[in-house]
Design a binder for this molecule. Structure first.
Ligand code: HEC
Ligand code: HEC
Length: 464
């Protein structure tokens, strides 16, 4: 009994200290919608070179020495991107590249998170909704440091090509553990790495720049084909100014300093050109055309004011919708607004050197383009809703739900994952919408449609 009490007490202390550190959630009633203004962007990049850079490039800067990786870690051939050279020997989500000192190293690439599976295929640019960050990565970061440290001396080039990544991995590991499958802690990853970088020259700094709460706030991963329509990046529109600098952010995981960063971002002009050409995969099933035509006029009446118009005359209004209007989970927008990363970013190399990018956090979410929306379940910024049908009919949204984890387990009627509502959140793919940050409330804009009109809108969405 005493043990149970002690456990309950400790659990309460942990819960309280975690929630005490989180910002009190605010909703700003003073505005409804803001138009996100465009910023000048770098034109004239080469799309093919951009894709090449994403799958072969050295933008992460440092990593595990390839010789160590080859002998000590699991090797999977690249059956997806079918790359050449040493990259034929590593899975598509990793890249072998040359660190600044000439050592071949391995690290994750953008497609760790930005290639997703649908109907058994990996689609570059689709968000990966099958990742699982529920494990504590601290033991792995220690083991890796120990292993590489045993094999190489501190004065060896291999250790030097590994050390930056190892430092940042160690710093971020305690902060990116999530409590939900599929949820992606990229914001926290960036927050934890930038926390240990000198803002002026991006070098490693042991002392943290700001405090981070214990509770991990994570999101779904947006599809990259939306970038071409957007004036501001990320779910809350926080990413402003020059996109090449924003695209390069994952490099905070290992890039040694701003000199290497300056080199890397030159190539992100090509990456941006690739993103501008990237198209969503077409819906693979049959479409009832007369029903979709009916859906199109309903969509234009009820939805396009926020989400834009598609087809012959494309229009995308770039609207940031206040939490007071969209009413979806407010935690992420609040978390980002209060994070120490905002001041850090705006005083850093990213914002203080040309081309400038900056963070402008707001208490709202962007109404995203809906191109290829059939493929990017689950829905909302926190991935709390398994299908478009449930998104447009809030009464039917499950509090706890589970999917099989198979990418071909797809529901063509409701657009999204086949799911089972659960009585309690148990099982490998169980999603719990009662946890802070993962509520499935809000976006009630489909509720007023009668069932047959909702069906028509869904049929239309298949064609986008
Ligand atoms: C650890 C996973 C992860 C990695 C690695 C990663 N991203 Fe992301 N990315 C995310 C998540 C999650 C978001 C959504 C964050 C948000 O909106 O707050 C995102 C957002 C974006 C966006 C904004 C999209 C939009 O619609 O606003 C772009 C562009 C992007 N990432 C590009 C990249 C590129 C390029 C790389 C590699 C250099 C990369 N990302 C690496 C997880 C990742
Ligand atoms: C007042 C503006 C507004 C209206 C009207 C509106 N939406 Fe949205 N919609 C949003 C916002 C904002 C989000 C993002 C909310 C979030 O992620 O928390 C969103 C998200 C979505 C998503 C999920 C996107 C994703 O990638 O997860 C879909 C699908 C969607 N809306 C469809 C519709 C349809 C269909 C209608 C018309 C019946 C509609 N919306 C009406 C603002 C609006």
């Amino acid at each position: 009994m005493r043990k149970i009490l002690a456990f309950a007490l400790i659990a309460t202390i942990i819960a309280c200290s975690a929630s005490r550190q989180l910002p009190a959630v605010r909703v700003d009633e003073s505005w409804k919608v803001k138009l996100l203004p465009p910023s000048p962007q770098q034109e004239g990049g080469d799309p093919a070179a951009g894709f090449d850079y994403l799958i072969y490039g050295s933008y992460i800067g440092s990593g595990i020495p390839y010789d160590f990786y080859k002998n000590k870690m699991s090797n999977q051939p690249d059956t997806v991107l079918r790359r050449g050279g040493l990259n034929a020997n590593v899975a598509y989500a990793a890249t072998v590249f040359e660190a600044p000192n000439g050592v071949q190293v391995v690290n994750g690439n953008c497609f760790t998170c930005h290639a997703g599976r649908i109907n058994g295929e990996v689609v570059p640019g689709l968000g990966n909704s099958f990742s699982d960050y529920r494990n504590n990565l601290t033991p792995m970061s220690r083991l890796m440091r120990l292993g590489v440290g045993l094999q190489y001396k501190k004065t060896d080039k291999e250790w030097q090509a590994f050390e930056d990544f190892s430092n940042y991995f160690r710093e971020m590991a305690p902060y990116i553990q999530t409590n939900q499958p599929g949820a992606n802690p990229a914001f926290r990853l960036a927050e934890a790495c930038m926390n240990h970088r000198n803002p002026a020259d991006l070098t490693y700094r042991k002392e943290p720049n700001y405090e981070m709460p214990a509770y991990t706030v994570a999101t779904d991963v947006p599809p990259l084909w939306n970038v071409k329509k957007k004036n501001a990046l990320y779910y809350n529109g926080i990413g402003r100014g020059d996109f090449t600098k924003l695209l390069f952010q994952a490099s905070v995981l290992g890039i040694p300093d701003s000199a290497a960063a300056r080199q890397a971002i030159i190539q992100f002009k090509d990456v941006l050109a690739w993103l501008k050409e990237l198209q969503p995969p077409p819906y693979p099933g049959p479409v009832d055309r007369p029903l979709a035509a009916k859906g199109e006029s309903l969509f234009n009446e009820h939805c396009s004011n926020c989400h834009g118009a598609y087809g012959e005359e494309e229009r995308y209004p770039n609207k940031l919708v206040s939490l007071a209007v969209v009413k979806t989970d407010p935690l992420y927008a609040n978390y980002a607004q209060n994070s120490g990363i905002v001041d850090w970013y705006n005083s850093s190399w990213f914002a203080q050197t040309e081309p400038r990018s900056y963070f402008e956090p707001e208490l709202g979410y962007v109404a995203p383009p809906l191109d290829g929306i059939w493929a990017s379940a689950p829905y909302l910024h926190n991935g709390s809703v398994p299908t478009v049908e449930a998104l447009l009919n809030s009464a039917s949204r499950p509090t706890y739900w589970s999917r099989s984890g198979r990418s071909d387990d797809y529901n063509h009627q409701e657009l999204g994952w086949n799911y089972a509502p659960l009585a309690e959140p148990k099982g490998e793919w169980a999603f719990d919408t009662t946890l802070p940050g993962y509520s499935n409330k809000g976006h009630y804009f489909g509720d007023k449609l009668p069932q047959e009109e909702r069906r028509a809108v869904i049929e239309y969405l298949k064609t986008l």
